[in-house]
Design a protein around this ligand. Sequence first.
Ligand code: GRF
Length: 212
Amino acid sequence: MGTDRTGEPLRVGVLASGSGTNLQALLDTVHGEEALIVGVAADKPGAVALERARDAGIESAVFPLGEHPDRAARDSAIAQWLLERDVEVVVLAGYMALLTSPFLHRFPGAVLNIHPSLLPAFPGVRAIEQAIDYGVKIFGVTVHFVEDDGGIDTGPVILQGCIELANADDPATVHAQLRPLEHALLPEAVRLIARGALSRDPQNPRRVVVAQ
Ligand code: GRF
């Protein structure tokens, strides 16, 4: 990750489960520039993200859990599909299934996720609801690496952003207000990786260092 990359754009595979607005942000910004999105895979046939991929002329595929013996087999099929497309980095853009260890080991240090909270606060599902229920005044977004560490949303932080919302009480409204942050930070993280601008602090590999 920390080595300088020259010439070829970073080959990115995207996994999504839902509306795919983060995928769209990648398509509208880094795709065809520093990065090439070479495949979009979903776990749900109805994921709007698949339509966005098709509209952009990008190969897509669906891997419903019911069509595989178990999660490990499904993940193995997804990994194979991505590797056949020479994917270097996997971006989880609203991918709502947990990935099994063998998948993560096939893309070491090369899986990113976007999460709608300021981690380590409020990991897992319903992050915005958790934050509202807790009564926080600052809401945020985290882009982080996904590692085989046994946790959920526990990987090293790449980028974070936040907004102050003193009286937030509606998750949909908060989510809408966080969207611009998500749509800026995820492409920025991909851009940084493509430029070889990310490295780890050797004293503490949890610390992702961003070259200035
Ligand atoms: C985003 O809020 C992201 O933070 C979370 O899932 C949502 C996906 O949205 N992990 P979209 O499918 O990219 O519109």
